[in-house]
Structures are given as structure tokens and as C-alpha cells.
Design a protein around this ligand. Structure first.
Ligand SMILES: Cc1cc2nc3c(=O)[nH]c(=O)nc-3n(C[C@H](O)[C@H](O)[C@H](O)COP(=O)(O)OP(=O)(O)OC[C@H]3O[C@@H](n4cnc5c(N)ncnc54)[C@H](O)[C@@H]3O)c2cc1C
Ligand SMILES: NC(=O)c1ccc[n+]([C@@H]2O[C@H](COP(=O)([O-])OP(=O)(O)OC[C@H]3O[C@@H](n4cnc5c(N)ncnc54)[C@H](O)[C@@H]3O)[C@@H](O)[C@H]2O)c1
Length: 493
């Protein structure tokens, strides 16, 4: 039986990161993948959907500008866009596999093996791999489970991945549908609503079980996104409940019940169900392996499961499901196994981008979360109309919102930026949060001009009472307040 120091099951972002970090400790590693290297980080997931989003955004911009000059927009072919997306996916997968091959010619030559197949733990150390070539069993001193997640399905909805689809099937359609309903207005639902409405060929309907889209995000941010979606023709079903969704004559029929008890039936060409994801752990270990589960997934203590030599990372665990979090956890697990992690696993400074119109970037807490945790805070907002770069871009839609502790230390709790270039603006703040630093450094640092990050600096200066523009003068564009148990008060310096 071949023996390995570490076996990683699943070559998505978290498994790939774990395997590569183990090489730094000069350990013999086996990485096993049953399907696509890169997992949902690449295929039917992060990279592919972002490629759709980029092309949709460009198309939308071009069409908008052509309209300004009274010119007719060219026809966008679904097949061509799909081809481009497939090209992006293939390019990334190739890079990941080529890298593994090229390691054979490096100082890591004898350390990494990769096997295509489906893995199952027979006991704490023995793993059975089933592939086209049959079955084999290998020995692992340590194991990292990184098998990811899949779309959650609802038993009452007949998902066939042709008419009613999940994110696993949506990119395989053969043309833009003339109409599509999206069930679940979380991140995936809203990103695809943005993508399809952006191409201008699909009438998008959006349903969530809550009374608004993005129920976890702050209302002021959601307002901007909802307004743009509706301006782009998206029908957001508010205060309504889905009673049924069926396939009738190859189309989707769904019925909603409104707050007043009335009902309405809609007929659309396709449906996307995006109501969350569930971890892949079924059949991953034999009954003899005592890994404990909680309601949301594998129970882990900073990636270590209840079995001391088995670790779990990425979407299979019960916390945030993102590429960067999976990579962080994969690396951390390996450092815990073979070394000493420099730091505890912290999630407070995780940065995210939601690819909407416009993009929404975030780090740390939003107001909804701070209120739920009962934290008193200071909150500053600054409209993009006050940022020269946004004015130069002729697009001042958006704002920056920063939350700091309501004490003299003014530690940053979190930030949201909604608007153009939002994603480029949050890194400095993520770093300050992770270093547990206050805000003075940011206030005095010289930012490039003109840049969106100048807006962040102005927020920091505002909360310190030394901003260029004074919130009491530019009300509606700037605000600087405390929030205590949901009650806001202006800060007067
Ligand atoms: C539509 C969509 C868009 C997204 N956009 C973003 C984004 O913009 N930014 C972001 O940060 N995150 C995004 N995500 C989330 C992100 O893709 C996931 O959080 C990330 O891929 C999780 O990585 P992972 O390695 O834990 O799991 P996965 O990527 O799911 O990889 C797990 C791998 O394990 C393999 N596997 C499973 N079982 C076995 C087995 N028994 N044996 C061998 N192999 C097995 C699977 O085939 C898979 O390749 C998106 C997800 C989706 C679905
Ligand atoms: N840009 C990004 O970083 C990005 C993009 C896509 C996905 N992701 C990751 O993938 C994860 C999964 O995305 P998701 O959008 O599927 O999950 P989600 O948790 O973001 O959203 C699911 C939505 O479905 C709604 N919902 C649940 N059950 C419902 C029901 N029965 N009827 C109607 N609505 C219902 C919820 O209220 C919620 O708004 C995200 O949490 C995120 O971690 C990240």
C-alpha cells in the first residue's frame, strides 16, 4: 500500500491550496479529484460566473453608450459568450494542472502525486480511490477533506437542469431565454439576475422568501442594487410567497401568493433555483470513522475534525463559503498539521465582492450584523459624488460606509463600498482589521489621486473630526453618526 504524509480529497481552491502548502514542509502529498481540478472555484462557479458578469457588464455599457449616440446595438450571441466563458475555465484548469506537472521537474519532484478518482475513508488512515482503472487503497498519515458543496435543492421543485436549473446547469443553456425566474435572491441569484438583465435579452423575475433581495445586506446598499435591477427591467416579487413551481409544456409555471391573500400565476421560459449550497460529505467516510457533524456540516476546531488526524476545509465546513476562505483554511490546516500556524484562524477581515450593478465590496461587519451582535458603533457614509475619480468617470452612483467602535480607539469593525472600483478600495481596511489597528494610519497615509480610496481616507478623517468636507454642510452626501441599540445620533465636533 502506498503511504503518504498527507492525502487531500478534493482539488477545489481549498484542497489545491492545502496540497501546495504541504510541499513547503517537504511532505509527500496525494491530491485526489473526482471531477474538475479547481472545483467550483473555476467550473460552474466563481471564475465562470465572473466571466459571464464581465462580458454582461461590458455589453450593457456598450449598449448604453450606443443608445446615447442613437446607434443600434449589435446582437450578442449566447454561443459566443458561452465559448468565451469556456475558454476562461479551460485556461485556468490548464494552469492548475500544468503547474502540478511542472512540479515534477522542480525541487518538489517526488513530493506531489495527483489521482483522478472518487475517494472514501475506510478508517482513520486508509482511503479507497475508485477510478476508471478500478479501486485502490492508500495509506495517509493525515487527511484533509476538501470536497466542497453543491446547490441545495427543494424537494417540491422539479429541477431537471434543462428547464429548471441550478448554478450547475445555468451556464449550459443553448440560448438566452426570453424570460427567467430566479428563486433565491442571495449572492448567486442576484449575480445571475445582474448578468442576464445586463445582456438585455432576458426578462428576469426575482423571488426570495424574505421581503427583499440580499436579506443579509444593509438596506441602503440593497436599495441601490434594487433600483438598478428594476431600471434594467428586473421584476422583483416583494411580499409574496412561492406556492408552486412546475414544468408545463417545456416552460416554467409558478404561482405566488401575496400578503393580501390574492394569487397570481406566471409563465417563463427558464428558472434558476439558488437557495444556498450544502456540503458534500455523503459517502465520504465509512461508519467506522467517527467524524461528528452538526446541523450545518462537519464540526471542526480551527479545521481539525473530531478525529485528530482528519481535517476539513472550505465549503464542506459550516462557515463562510468563499474561494479566499477555502484557501485560508486549507493552508491553515496544513500549518497546524506540520508546523505552527503564525496566527489563529480569523474571519473578521474576510473581504468579499458581490458582482452586481454596481459591484459591492465588503470587509468585516455591516450594520445589520453589528446590530444583531448588540455592538454600539460610529458610522460614516460618503457619497461617490464627493470623490473626484467618480466624477471624472461620469458615474457618481454609490457610496462608502465605514463602521468603527464607539470608543476612543475607533477600531474598524467593517466597511461596505457600493459603486465603481469598489473592490479595489477595501484592502487597506482589511489589513487594518486583521492587525487590530485603529484608523489614524489611514487618515495620514497619502493616497493616489484621483482614486476611490481617497473616499475611504475622507471617511476616516470625517469620523476623527478633521475631514475636508464637513457632514453638517453636505447633508445627504455625508453623514457621521453613532448608532446605539438602533438609535442614530449625529456626531457634532
Ligand atoms: C455560481 C457561483 C459563484 C461563486 N462566486 C464566487 C466568487 O465570486 N468569489 C468567491 O470567493 N467564491 C465564489 N463562489 C464560492 C466558491 O466557488 C466556493 O466557496 C469554493 O469553490 C469552495 O472551494 P472548495 O475547495 O471548498 O470546494 P469546491 O470548489 O466545491 O471543490 C471541491 C472539489 O472536491 C471534489 N470532490 C468532491 N467529492 C469528492 C470525492 N469523494 N473524491 C474526490 N474528489 C471529490 C469535487 O469534484 C470538487 O472539485 C461561487 C460559487 C458558485 C456556485
Ligand atoms: N461573489 C461572491 O463572493 C459569491 C458569488 C456567488 C456565490 N458565493 C458563495 O456561494 C454561497 C451560496 O450562494 P447562494 O446565493 O446559493 O446562497 P445565499 O445564502 O447567498 O442565498 C440564498 C438565498 O435564498 C433564499 N432562500 C432560501 N430558501 C428559500 C426558499 N425556499 N424560497 C425562496 N428563497 C429562499 C435566502 O433567503 C437567501 O437570500 C454564498 O453564500 C457565497 O458564500 C459567493
Amino acid at each position: 500500500m502506498t503511504k503518504y504524509d498527507l492525502v487531500v480529497i478534493g482539488a477545489g481552491p481549498s484542497g489545491y491550496a492545502a496540497a501546495m502548502r504541504a510541499l513547503d514542509f517537504k511532505k509527500k502529498v496525494l491530491l485526489i479529484e473526482k471531477n474538475n481540478v479547481g472545483g467550483a472555484g473555476v467550473t460552474n462557479g466563481a471564475l465562470s460566473s465572473k466571466t459571464w458578469w464581465e462580458i454582461s457588464r461590458e455589453t450593457h455599457l456598450i449598449n448604453k453608450n450606443l443608445k446615447r449616440f442613437n446607434l443600434k446595438a449589435p446582437d450578442v450571441s449566447f454561443k459566443e459568450v458561452q465559448q468565451e466563458v469556456r475558454g476562461a475555465v479551460a485556461e485556468r484548469k490548464q494552469l492548475l494542472t500544468d503547474h502540478m506537472d511542472l512540479l515534477k521537474n522542480s525541487q518538489f519532484s517526488d513530493l506531489l502525486d495527483f489521482k483522478k478518482g472518487s475517494a472514501k475513508l475506510l478508517n482513520e488512515h486508509e482511503i479507497e480511490i475508485t477510478s476508471d482503472g478500478g479501486k485502490e487503497v492508500i495509506y495517509a498519515e493525515y487527511v484533509v477533506l476538501a470536497t466542497g458543496s453543491r446547490p441545495r435543492k427543494l424537494p417540491e421543485i422539479p429541477i431537471d437542469e434543462k428547464v429548471i436549473l441550478t448554478s450547475d446547469g445555468i451556464e449550459q443553456m443553448d440560448d438566452f431565454p426570453e424570460s427567467m425566474v430566479i428563486l433565491g435572491a442571495g449572492v448567486i441569484g442576484c449575480e445571475f439576475a445582474t448578468i442576464f438583465s445586463g445582456f438585455g435579452k432576458t426578462k428576469v423575475h426575482l423571488i426570495d422568501k424574505g421581503d427583499r433581495i440580499l436579506p443579509f445586506e444593509d438596506e441602503d446598499i440593497v436599495k441601490v442594487i434594487e433600483r438598478n435591477m428594476e431600471n434594467n427591467g428586473v421584476l422583483i416579487h416583494r411580499n409574496s410567497q412561492l406556492i408552486r413551481m412546475d414544468i408545463v409544456n417545456g416552460r416554467v409555471e409558478y404561482e405566488l401568493e401575496y400578503d393580501d391573500g390574492s394569487k397570481e400565476v406566471f409563465n417563463v421560459e427558464r428558472a434558476l433555483v439558488s437557495v444556498g449550497r450544502i456540503p458534500n460529505y455523503e459517502n465520504l467516510w465509512a461508519d467506522a470513522v467517527p467524524i461528528t457533524l452538526n446541523k450545518r456540516g462537519i464540526e471542526d476546531n480551527e479545521t481539525q475534525t473530531s478525529v485528530s488526524n482528519i481535517y476539513a476545509v472550505g465549503d464542506i465546513t459550516a462557515d463562510i463559503a468563499l474561494v479566499n476562505v477555502g484557501e485560508l483554511e486549507g493552508r491553515h490546516a496544513v500549518e497546524k498539521i506540520f508546523g505552527k500556524p503564525q496566527r489563529k484562524l480569523v474571519y473578521e477581515n474576510i473581504s468579499t465582492i458581490m458582482f452586481l450593478n454596481p459591484e459591492v465590496a465588503g470587509v468585516g461587519l455591516n450594520e445589520t450584523q453589528a446590530k444583531a451582535k448588540g455592538i454600539a458603533y460610529k458610522v460614516v457614509t460618503l457619497d461617490y459624488a464627493c470623490i473626484p475619480r467618480a466624477i471624472a468617470k461620469r458615474n457618481t452612483q454609490g457610496f462608502i460606509k465605514m463602521l468603527v467602535t464607539n470608543d476612543d480607539a475607533m477600531k474598524i469593525l467593517g466597511m461596505r463600498v457600493v459603486g465603481n472600483h469598489a473592490s479595489s478600495a477595501i484592502q487597506a481596511v482589511a489589513l487594518l482589521i486583521s492587525m487590530d489597528k485603529g484608523i489614524e494610519e489611514l487618515a495620514e497615509c497619502v493616497h493616489p489621486h484621483p482614486s476611490i480610496t481617497e473616499g475611504i481616507q475622507e471617511c476616516v478623517r470625517m469620523v476623527m473630526g478633521k475631514s475636508l468636507f464637513k457632514p453638517s454642510a453636505l447633508t445627504g452626501k455625508l453623514s457621521c453618526r453613532t448608532c446605539n441599540e438602533g438609535v442614530y445620533e449625529n456626531i457634532i465636533f
